[in-house]
Write a protein that binds this ligand. Structure first.
Ligand code: GDP
Ligand code: MG
Length: 178
């Protein structure tokens, strides 16, 4: 069998946006309520995406790294999930500087990226509209999803998994043109 391509993905975003919950949701289809927020983990996962087996390594960042560690994580990864919490405007405002730092680290490369507005199950507490998320994604030229680590039934179709799969596709497209 052909060797599966390796894709290294990193999940970035402010503390408490649900990075760990999303990664666990993607890997196990379950929601686990509490994680140690200081924990940084990597996971291995294989998935069949468009008839190709893709081997992923996923880094769930803790969000407490110093600049050098953050830069190291950014250099390591091929693709990025930038997460904010739709009920926390501050976490949305953190995305642009994060993307700015990422651009500096990866320059001059194009960066495979998806923007993910999490906690879409908490519609009553929403502080960031879907339109704002869409506009930011358009500025960053990336795909946009709203989803929830609690349920695949809310948000953009396909749930969390679709966002990770689309990111893998984007990494693959970029490799094809480089
Ligand atoms: P991290 O710091 O970004 O890794 O965030 P965590 O994954 O530790 O989640 C922070 C808090 O938000 C925890 O209490 C989670 O249970 C909660 N949480 C994460 N994702 C969701 C979600 O989609 N919906 C809701 N309602 N709560 C969530
Ligand atoms: Mg975490």
């Amino acid at each position: 069998m052909a060797k599966s391509p390796e894709v290294k993905l990193a999940v970035f975003g402010s503390a408490g946006v649900g990075k760990s919950a999303l990664v666990v949701r993607f890997l196990t289809k379950r929601f686990i309520w509490e994680y140690d927020p200081t924990l940084e983990s990597t996971y291995r996962h294989q998935a069949n995406i468009d008839d190709e087996t893709v081997a992923m390594e996923i880094l769930d960042t803790a969000g407490q790294e110093d600049v050098l560690q953050k830069e190291g994580h950014m250099r390591w990864a091929d693709g990025f999930v930038l997460v904010y919490d739709i009920t926390d405007r501050g976490s949305f405002e953190d995305v642009t500087p994060l993307k700015g730092f990422l651009d500096e680290v990866k320059r001059p490369k194009h960066i495979p990226l998806v923007l993910l507005g999490n906690k879409a199950d908490l519609e009553h507490a929403r502080q960031v509209s879907t339109g704002e998320g869409e506009r930011l994604a358009a500025e960053m030229a990336c795909a946009f999803y709203e989803c929830s680590a609690c349920s695949d039934q809310v948000g953009t179709g396909g749930g969390v998994a679709e966002a990770f799969y689309e990111l893998c596709r984007e990494v693959r497209r970029r490799r094809a043109v480089q």
